[in-house]
Ligand binder design. Structure first.
Ligand code: GLN
Ligand code: ZN
Length: 763
């Protein structure tokens, strides 16, 4: 018999209940007890949802983040929050959010104001975890109360509980040594706490523990590999059985290592590493369980169940009871319930599966393996029909798009002339001063703007009324920019809800869910649009707004677009073609928009690639492949314009050293980047030889309400001028200003413009 289990369930709730409970608590509108009871309710509901499984995860719920939970379980709190007098949940939120909980915390006077823990991306997902902090002196101390409490709840809810913990090696790997000491030196100390933890769970009658070691899908050097060996040699004598879970990729040269570790079972992500399943089955000793992640935990598509059975059936014969079945990874990365959707097109909806639907699929697969396909014939037939409908739907397949894609050649992504020649023509036409000033695109999204949009969406405001309201906003931002004396203006993006959704809504091949929320960090969720078909652009998307804005001023108006790589990386994408193909399709669609803007007389066009770096694969060996098609997609989008048209791009991060050649290859005339927090040091990556075009290093941090002083900006720009020739420098903020208020924006930009004037007279 095949055993079914799940690696983790989305904790945010089908209607984002956890988000609202957390935010209400943080605002002081509900008590800690209310928050805790909300959470317990959600956990109970989620176990009920997983009742059909043989084993359900416990400990996958977190108030903020599962890595932070693990830090508390291991007693690894940053020194700055130790000795907190208040409730431990409040201290947990202090690490997560960098302050004491606004209320519900009586100790803000004695223990207030701490820096938040650093947050970073969880492997190659869009989930962010709180980075564990270490020093050479870090001591660990077990606090198993969270797991024990939830274990009790799970049992009361009637599920067979399988506690889930992050493995010791992955835990160290995810963290940072604040004193640059060797994290691995902490392993022996850490293992004694893990031993204690496993014994504690064993004493509670736990049979299986899922121990996550996703580091195994990354490139590991010998010291990390031997850490894994010594860790599991130490943990093997415990009474509980260990299921070692890997996910998000292939094990490759870690496969033999993973199969040889002395644990009781190994989980493999069969979506990313199908080939390794057979290899692992051959490598594993005869008494070990092989858990196969056969359902994609990272996307929203139905699984082709009949196709999956084709390769699972022989495996089930070979392994018998030793075969376990699960999603590829925790379902944290998908929305909860497709059945909540009221507005999705019925045909598209029939192709999708969210977390709950994925669990049903799992059950169908297991039943087919245990009792034969006949036992689930209707479900398999319905699944086959849905898969067939998606594969053959004219809404997915657009022959014109495929034909255009086939015609892509190197010339499509190449500018007519090299940068130096273009720069001369552009400066003759644009006539900009030295140190030209600009902004990144958005101006404050005021309550008025949001109100107008929601009225429009609900039908209370008609299209003409909405457009008039947005035009008023655009005019306002243009007038303000003129008063400020900025050199290249923007229209302010008032009409955009979101930089990806705005374009997705206007492209064919995209669908939008109402409740398809996925946790990004803490209470923050994103609702990625669903790229389901070949992408085309039925109509111009931005030309009307930009030409209206241009009509208001004699200054150059910058057309504002989101680039193909960013749209791709922030969407749920197709699993029936490579990401690169979807990206090229987006590139062709946005290219048409670029050309239409140019035709309409727009002389400066910015194509944002905020998420280009985010798409880098987990393994460096695959970076080159990704960067090749990502950069080519950008080039196709941008480079069809005449020499005189100036292309800008924007990236809101600051690590470029390892990908600078690719960034230079994009060949934008101007790139604006985030630098203000790094004191311009990161410009070292952009020295003369490696980055030959123009650069606008962000001179102030738009995430902070602080107003930068003119002197500070002059200072930063002088530092920049030590690294980049002054004639290639622009002056601009770090990123868009949509989250700020006009009252902050005006003084900040006033100082920025004065700083540019000072620089013109001094440098
Ligand atoms: N043009 C966008 C804006 O100004 C860019 C946002 C981003 O890079 N995240 O808001
Ligand atoms: Zn940005």
């Amino acid at each position: 018999m095949v055993t079914t289990h799940n690696l983790g369930f989305p904790r945010i709730g089908a209607k984002r209940e956890l988000k609202f409970a957390l935010e209400s608590y943080w605002k002081g509108q509900s008590s800690r007890d209310e928050l805790k009871s909300h959470a317990a309710q959600l956990r109970r509901r989620h176990w009920q949802n997983q009742q059909a499984l043989d084993l359900a995860p416990v400990g996958d719920f977190a108030f903020y983040d599962q890595v932070l939970d693990m830090s508390f379980t291991l007693g690894n709190l940053p020194e700055r929050v130790q000795g907190f007098h208040g409730d431990v949940l409040d201290n947990y939120f202090r690490v997560a959010r960098g302050r004491s909980a606004e209320t519900g915390d009586d100790h803000s006077a004695c223990c207030g104001g701490v820096a938040a823990g650093e947050m970073t991306k969880w492997f190659d997902t869009n989930y962010h975890y709180i980075v564990p902090e270490f020093t050479a002196a870090t001591e660990f101390k077990l606090d198993a109360s969270r797991l024990i409490e939830q274990l009790g709840e799970a049992r009361a809810a009637g599920v067979k509980a399988k506690p889930v913990i992050i493995g010791p090696v992955t835990y160290l790997w995810l963290g940072k040594a604040k004193d640059d000491s060797d994290r691995l030196a902490l392993l022996p100390r850490l293992l004694s706490v893990y031993t204690h933890l496993l014994d504690t769970l064993g004493a509670q009658g736990v049979e299986w523990v899922q121990i996550d070691e996703p580091v195994l899908v990354t490139e590991l050097d010998a010291s990390w590999q031997s850490a894994l060996i010594s860790a599991y040699e130490t943990l093997k004598l415990r009474k509980v059985k260990l299921l070692l879970a890997t996910y998000f990729g292939q094990l490759q040269n870690n496969l033999e290592l993973a199969a040889s570790l002395p644990v009781d079972g190994l989980h493999i992500d069969a979506i990313n590493a199908r080939d390794e399943v057979t290899k692992a089955a051959a490598l594993l000793p005869a008494n070990r369980v092989l858990s196969v992640g056969a359902i994609n935990g990272r996307n929203i598509w139905k699984t082709d169940l009949n196709a999956a059975l084709e390769w699972l059936e022989p495996l089930a014969k070979q392994l018998g009871d030793r075969l376990w079945l699960a999603p590829s990874c925790s379902l944290l990365h998908v929305p909860v319930d497709l059945d909540s959707e009221q507005k999705l097109d019925a045909e598209i909806q029939s192709w999708l599966a969210f977390a709950l639907q994925k669990l049903v699929e799992l059950n169908v697969l297991a039943t087919a393996l245990n009792k034969g396909r006949d036992a689930v014939a209707p479900a398999l037939a319905a699944n086959a029909a849905a898969i067939h409908s998606r594969r053959t739907s004219p809404r997915v397949n657009n022959p014109e798009v495929k034909a255009a894609l086939a015609k892509i050649d190197a010339a499509l992504g190449r500018r007519v002339s090299a940068y130096a020649a273009r720069a001369t023509k552009q400066s003759a036409l644009l006539n900009l001063p030295a140190f030209p000033t600009t902004t990144i695109g958005s101006f404050p999204q005021t309550p008025d703007i949001r109100h107008a949009r929601s009225q429009f969406k609900s039908g209370a405001l008609d299209e003409a009324g909405y457009k008039a309201a947005m035009r008023k906003e655009i005019e306002h931002s243009v007038r303000e920019q003129e008063k400020l004396g900025l050199d290249v203006l923007v229209h302010g993006e008032a009409e955009r809800n979101d930089m990806v959704e705005y374009f997705g809504e206007q492209l064919d091949g995209y669908a939008f869910s109402q409740f398809g929320w996925v946790q990004s960090y803490g209470s923050r969720c994103v609702k990625p649009p669903i790229l389901f078909g070949d992408i085309s652009r039925p109509n111009a998307m931005t030309v009307e707004w930009i030409t209206y804005a241009q009509s208001l001023t004699n200054k150059p108006m910058k057309g504002m677009l989101t680039g193909p790589v960013t749209i791709l990386n922030w969407s749920f994408v197709r699993d029936d073609q490579p990401r690169s193909v979807s990206c090229y399709q987006l590139a062709l669609a946005i290219r048409n928009e670029v050309l239409d803007l140019e035709k309409a007389g727009v002389r400066v066009i910015q194509i944002d690639e905020a998420a280009l770096r985010e798409g880098l694969p987990l393994r460096r060996a695959q970076w080159n492949d990704y960067l090749t098609w990502a950069v080519e997609s950008f080039r196709i989008t941008a480079n069809g314009v005449a020499d005189e048209t100036q292309i800008h791009t924007h990236m809101c991060y600051s690590e470029f050293n390892d990908i600078i050649a690719s960034i230079a290859d994009m060949d934008a005339d101007v790139i604006t980047i985030e630098t203000s927090r790094s004191d311009m040091e990161l410009l070292d990556a952009f020295d003369n030889f490696r980055y030959p075009n123009e650069i606008g290093p962000g001179v102030y941090d738009i995430h902070s309400p602080n107003i930068p002083s003119q002197d500070h900006i002059v200072d930063l720009m002088k530092k920049a001028a030590e690294r980049i020739p002054a004639e290639r420098l622009w002056v601009n903020p770090d990123c868009g200003l949509k989250t700020r208020q006009w009252g902050e924006v005006i003084p900040a930009l006033t100082n920025m413009v004065s700083a540019a004037k000072t620089l013109r007279s001094q440098v």
